[in-house]
Structure formats: structure tokens, C-alpha cells
Design a protein around this ligand. Structure first.
Ligand code: SF4
Length: 454
């Protein structure tokens, strides 16, 4: 089998069992036969992976896709790192990675862990090691013990003869402290010896593939060979997570689709160097969304470059929103708002939608405790009568605000029924209060759903 050939992906093959006609085969003269197929409205079955416990969080197996993030503080600055880890955990990050790049950072890790524990922040910490991880873990046993997982980059764990020795040393320490590892390949620091070997093989092949295909193969092999080496050293498959990050959307999809069918290790998805602002969000959502739809991915990180002074928790919010809009998990109530158009020149509905969304996000840490299940709430804030009543009826609670020239009244719908019509300058405040009352009634202590859940 040539190095780039892979075993079949049964999940993808299964899709072809559905009635399927390629659009290119359609004849415009054929009669159109309408068919309604449920199967296209949901993701493919989740790829089966071996579950890995990272601290108290399961990644892979039957666990839901886990959201994780990484700090950008200097780990040697314990105050800043504790503050940022706490903020990321409060925002919903279920695992947080911190850089451990030098002795001063390694020395602070156990203190950071202790302080987080005192604050009641039990999020597992992952140590990100490059070049001297073997030495830092050996020299700082309290650091090795405090971390819930070690991230190893096989491309820079060491060079030439030292590479295997230093990789083995990290695995042996992980075994000693009973910690899982993530073998995290990154195309920016790819094992150059492996890449050169595959390039040479490809050049001599009777049917050579493109340099990009060889690069992708090197990324995949680097991860799988390293994982197999860890297994040979005694590490169980239930202690190994793999990632293979690249910075281009199509490459990421190709790499993970191939990786997913060649192993059953739990997979950490992430587009590296995704970029700033909307570009980073769109690139991450496009690539990871397609993979998640194919059932691939056990934990995700959205690597956004924050604006100077920007909020690091944005990457957690985006990861949660990606999983929520695709229907995999629910984290926060959804506020559906119309985009607005020439039918409403008022900014009331935009302000109300934004006000409610902000209020929900700020309140969620407490609401999660006080109102179990509130994350599945749907609120609609619509700008005029065209789609307003229809969309509002589909939400748990919705309001249709008056567009330009419409009667200045705003019908409110609760559980599909119109319950009142708000009028006058206090519409926004009154609707906000109705949303809070609805949450209290439906999810608060003594509500029907609470007693059902008890
Ligand atoms: S609901 Fe009304 S205001 Fe909103 S986008 Fe549709 S037509 Fe425009």
C-alpha cells in the first residue's frame, strides 16, 4: 500500500446508502420528484474514539465534544495566569492549557493549581511543552503532578538522536504520574526528517503526489507514529489524544478526515493561526464545522488572535457557539434576531436583542446553578410584522417589534401563544422583565421542569 493510501472511512461510505443523486447528473427535463430525507438534516454518526480522562473531564468515547482554550499570560506570572484561567473557566472552558516554557514557569504551576483550587476553579490544566519539556517535568515534579495532561509537539521535542530519548522521557514521566498526553503536531514545526524522507519517497514513486499531499501525510504520520511509540513505551490508548493542526481550512479538513479513519485515538480539533476577528472565527467555524458534521472531533479549541487588550474568553464563546448552532451541545440561551432591513428604521429591536444577549451572557454563571436547563431557552427579537410573529411563535418567548409605519405595538408570544401586546416607550424594559419571569417560572426552584428533574 503506498504511504498515502488509507483504510476506508465507513462513516463516509454509510452516507452513500441514502438515496442520493448528484446535482451534476440531474436532467432539467426530468420531472421533479420531491423527497423529504431526514438524514441530511443531521451530522454523520460520531466517529468512535477511545475516551481519555483529562483530570475530571472525559475527552472522546461517548462524551460530548469538549471546549478548551489556552492562556496567553506568562505562566511565571501566577497572578495573571490564575486570573485568566479563572476567566476562561467561568466563560465555559472545560480544559485550559498553559505554556510551560522555562523553569520559572514550571515552578509556578503547582502554586497556580493550588490557588485555583482555593478559588473553587477545578478546571484541568494542561502543560504546553516544547524543546525542554523532558527536563522541566523531571526537574519540577510538583509541576508534573499538578498538571492534568502534557502536550508534546513531536516536531520539536528534540532533534536527531535526542528526539526519541527526550520523547521517551516525557512519556515515562506521564506514566509515573498517571497523566494523559496530547501528541500535538503543528505544520509550522513539523518533523523535518520525516518530511524529507516522505518527499524523497514520493520523488522516487512511479505516481508521485503533490508536495501539499506529502506535507499532509507527514503531519498525519508524525502524529500516529509518535502515538504508537508512546504505546510501545507502555502508555494506554486511553491516555493519548492526537491533534494535527494546520492553518488552511481545506488542509485541515483533509488532514483530519484522513487521520480520523486511520486511528481511533481521541482527536483535538483546531485550526492553528486562525487569525484575528471575523477571519479567525469564520475559518475556524468553516473547517471545524465540516469535520464535526462528519462525526470527527472530540475536543475543540478556537485559536483566535485577540485584539490588543482584547478579551481572551472570546475563543471560548466562539467554540461554544459553534457547537450550539450545529446542535451538538447547548451552553447559553439563544437569542434569534432578524438582521433588520428597510422595513424598520428604528434601532429598538437591535438594542433590545443586544441588551438581552449581554444580560444572558453575564448572568449565565449564576443561572446555570439557579436555573438548570436554561441553556436550551430560545428568545426571538424581531424587527417587524413580516417574519416577527412567525419567528416569535417558534421561540420559547418572542417579541415582534413595530416596523416603520406599523401600529406602535409589539405582540409577545410565549410557548407559541400570543400572551400580550406591549405598547409605549417601555416596551424594551417590559419584555426584558417578561423574559426573566419566564426563566424563573420555567427553570427556577419549584418550576415543573425542576420538579421533573429532581
Ligand atoms: S422581520 Fe421585518 S425588519 Fe426584520 S428583516 Fe424581516 S422584514 Fe426586515
Amino acid at each position: 500500500m503506498p504511504f498515502f493510501a488509507s483504510p476506508p472511512n465507513h462513516a463516509l461510505e454509510k452516507r452513500t446508502e441514502f438515496p442520493h443523486v448528484c446535482v451534476h447528473e440531474l436532467n432539467p427535463n426530468d420531472p421533479v420528484v420531491p423527497v423529504m430525507i431526514d438524514d441530511f438534516a443531521k451530522p454523520l454518526p460520531r466517529r468512535k474514539s477511545v475516551g481519555v480522562m483529562v483530570g475530571n473531564v472525559m475527552v472522546g468515547g461517548d462524551a460530548p465534544v469538549v471546549v478548551q482554550s489556552m492562556t496567553n499570560t506568562d505562566t511565571a506570572d501566577a497572578d495573571a495566569t490564575v486570573a485568566q484561567v479563572s476567566a476562561l473557566a467561568r466563560a465555559g472552558s472545560e480544559i485550559v492549557r498553559i505554556t510551560v516554557d522555562r523553569p520559572e514557569a514550571a515552578a509556578q504551576v503547582p502554586r497556580i493549581r493550588e490557588r485555583l483550587d482555593r478559588l473553587g476553579v477545578d478546571v484541568p490544566l494542561v502543560g504546553d511543552f516544547h524543546y525542554i519539556g523532558h527536563k522541566l517535568l523531571a526537574d519540577y515534579p510538583d509541576c508534573a503532578s499538578a498538571l492534568a495532561k502534557y502536550r508534546i509537539n513531536p516536531g520539536n521535542v528534540g532533534f536527531k538522536a535526542k528526539r526519541d530519548t527526550q520523547f521517551s522521557q516525557i512519556i515515562e514521566i506521564a506514566l509515573k504520574y498517571d497523566k494523559p498526553v496530547r501528541i500535538g503536531v503543528n505544520w509550522g514545526s513539523l518533523d523535518q526528517e520525516l518530511l524529507t524522507k516522505l518527499m524523497d519517497e514520493n520523488a522516487e514513486s512511479a505516481s508521485p503526489v503533490s508536495a501539499a499531499a506529502v506535507m499532509r501525510e507527514a503531519i498525519i504520520q508524525s502524529g500516529i507514529l509518535s502515538a504508537e511509540r508512546a504505546e510501545a513505551l507502555g502508555m494506554g490508548r486511553d491516555r493519548i489524544i492526537l491533534s494535527a493542526k494546520v492553518s488552511q481550512v481545506q488542509d485541515l479538513i483533509a488532514v483530519y478526515a484522513d487521520l480520523a479513519r486511520r486511528c481511533d485515538y481521541a482527536l483535538h480539533l483546531g485550526l492553528t493561526e486562525a487569525g484575528m476577528g471575523s477571519k479567525g472565527i469564520v475559518s475556524s467555524a468553516a473547517s471545524m464545522g465540516i469535520l464535526l458534521q462528519q462525526g470527527i472531533g472530540d475536543t475543540i479549541r478556537v485559536s483566535l488572535t485577540p485584539e490588543p487588550g482584547g478579551d481572551r474568553t472570546r475563543e471560548v464563546q466562539v467554540a461554544q457557539e459553534l457547537l450550539q448552532v450545529m446542535g451538538f451541545r447547548a451552553f447559553v440561551p439563544v437569542v434569534a434576531a432578524c438582521p433588520g432591513c428597510g422595513r424598520t428604521t428604528s434601532t429598538v429591536f437591535q438594542e433590545l436583542a443586544s441588551d438581552i444577549e449581554d444580560h444572558i451572557r453575564v448572568s449565565m454563571p449564576k443561572w446555570r446553578e439557579d436555573y438548570p436547563g436554561v441553556e436550551s431557552l430560545n428568545v426571538a427579537v424581531m424587527g417587524c410584522i413580516v417574519n416577527g410573529p412567525g419567528e416569535s411563535k417558534h421561540a420559547d418567548i418572542g417579541i415582534s417589534l413595530p416596523g416603520t409605519g406599523e401600529t406602535p405595538s409589539a405582540p409577545v408570544f410565549v410557548d407559541g401563544e400570543k400572551v400580550t401586546t406591549l405598547r409605549g416607550p417601555g416596551i424594551a424594559g417590559e419584555f426584558k422583565k417578561m423574559v426573566l419571569d419566564y426563566i424563573e417560572k420555567r427553570y427556577g426552584t419549584g418550576s415543573k421542569s425542576s420538579s421533573d428533574a429532581a
